[in-house]
Design a protein around this ligand. Structure first.
Ligand code: GTP
Ligand code: MG
Length: 158
């Protein structure tokens, strides 16, 4: 079984849009209805994170992933990921704050700091600010993801 990154986050935070950027697909809206495998990426529906009774689905699928990418939009003021969220996985978690175009890329802003802090407390080892819309910091995100995949894991497709 290949080892992949799995993207989780609430409805509309931009998981699918980011995967489209990372895989050089056209950026277009496409509501995720179920777990989808897009090239080497695992995309999940936001419902899986918004409804805790669906956490088991995420935990099970997470066993196939060697890195968990937890994503929240900068304009989402809710507490989405509980403290220690990442401990349900055996793989490390990267935190992504998406839609930074809405704050003019200002990572010092209170909104950014609040979301980044929540992701850290959820267990993210690093925080990457991105905009899927403007394609900002996509290379940086790609590097962070690949740093968590051994080349062997990433190359093997079975
Ligand atoms: N302003 C802004 N909008 C974005 C950005 N990324 C995504 N969006 C918009 O947010 C909406 C939801 O994006 P999706 O990528 O479908 O979000 P998702 O997390 O896959 O949502 P589900 O599949 O429903 O869980 C779309 O209208 C996107 O165009 C961004 O960086 N900035
Ligand atoms: Mg989606």
């Amino acid at each position: 079984m290949g080892k992949r990154p799995m993207f989780v986050g609430p409805i509309g935070c931009g998981k699918t849009s980011l995967i489209q950027r990372l895989t050089d697909q056209t950026y277009h809206y496409n509501k995720t209805q179920s777990i989808e495998y897009i090239q080497d990426y695992i995309d999940t529906p936001g419902e899986f994170i918004e409804h805790r009774r669906m956490y088991t689905n995420i935990a099970t699928t997470g066993m196939e992933a060697s890195v968990i990418v937890i994503i929240q939009a900068v304009n989402d003021s809710r507490l989405i990921f509980p403290e220690g969220f990442s401990t349900m996985f055996s793989s490390p978690a990267i935190g992504v704050v998406n839609k930074i175009d809405l704050i003019d890329n200002d990572t010092k802003s209170a909104d950014f700091q609040r979301v980044a802090g929540q992701l850290k407390r959820a267990g993210a080892t690093t925080i990457v600010p991105v905009s899927a819309l403007k394609a900002t910091n996509i290379d940086q995100l790609s590097q962070q993801i690949h740093a968590h995949l051994t080349s062997k894991d990433w190359d093997v497709k079975q």
